[in-house]
Design a protein around this ligand. Structure first.
Ligand SMILES: [Cu+2]
Length: 178
């Protein structure tokens, strides 16, 4: 709730902190070369994040969901980031991963139904898009930093998507709607 009052940049940082939290709880693989900048915000964001963890009624231990193998080989996938309780959630497009700016961050996120997910282009990795595997949503293919695409998830379910130009490199993601 408090999170909604923060600007998008802060939300992104906190999301990164959430990923780090999952890392600590789960396997100990490090965040990769792209994680160094984000790690600076981990300490401040981490406290707040752990406060929110009490809302998780068990269930999602990081990395236990593999989406039928959809996220196999997605370098930056490190468990489903819980953003339930947020009206709007940001996902970076062209985050570091998969050998360059070829990742969605977070790769997988859990939201409540009615949540708007806003994908925001970092400007890295060239041209990207956001394409649901079954065509329920699809963005333009663009490279410009700051470009956004949004989709409001009204129905519960699991939504797998990719960046079509970089899907084979592992630029894939998933939204779990409760
Ligand atoms: Cu891409």
């Amino acid at each position: 709730m408090r999170r909604n009052a923060l600007d998008r940049r802060t939300v992104l940082k906190m999301t990164a902190a959430g990923v780090a939290g999952v890392t600590l709880a789960g396997c100990s693989s490090d965040g990769g070369s792209g994680g160094s900048e984000e790690s600076g915000s981990d300490e401040s964001g981490g406290d707040e994040e752990s406060g929110g963890d009490t809302e998780e009624s068990g269930g999602d231990s990081g990395g236990s969901e593999d989406f039928g193998g959809w996220l196999d080989g997605v370098e930056n996938y490190d468990g489903v980031v819980d953003e339930t309780g947020s009206d709007e959630v940001s996902v970076a497009v062209g985050a570091q991963g998969n050998g360059g700016g070829f990742a969605f961050d977070p790769a997988a996120v859990r939201v409540d139904s009615g949540t708007t997910v806003v994908w925001e282009w970092t400007g890295d990795g060239g041209q990207h898009n956001v394409a649901h595997t079954d065509g329920e949503f699809e963005s333009e293919t663009v490279s410009e930093k700051g470009h956004t695409f949004e989709h409001t998830f009204e129905e519960s379910g699991t939504f797998e998507y990719s960046c079509v130009p970089h899907e084979t490199m592992g630029m894939k993601g998933a939204i779990v709607v409760e």
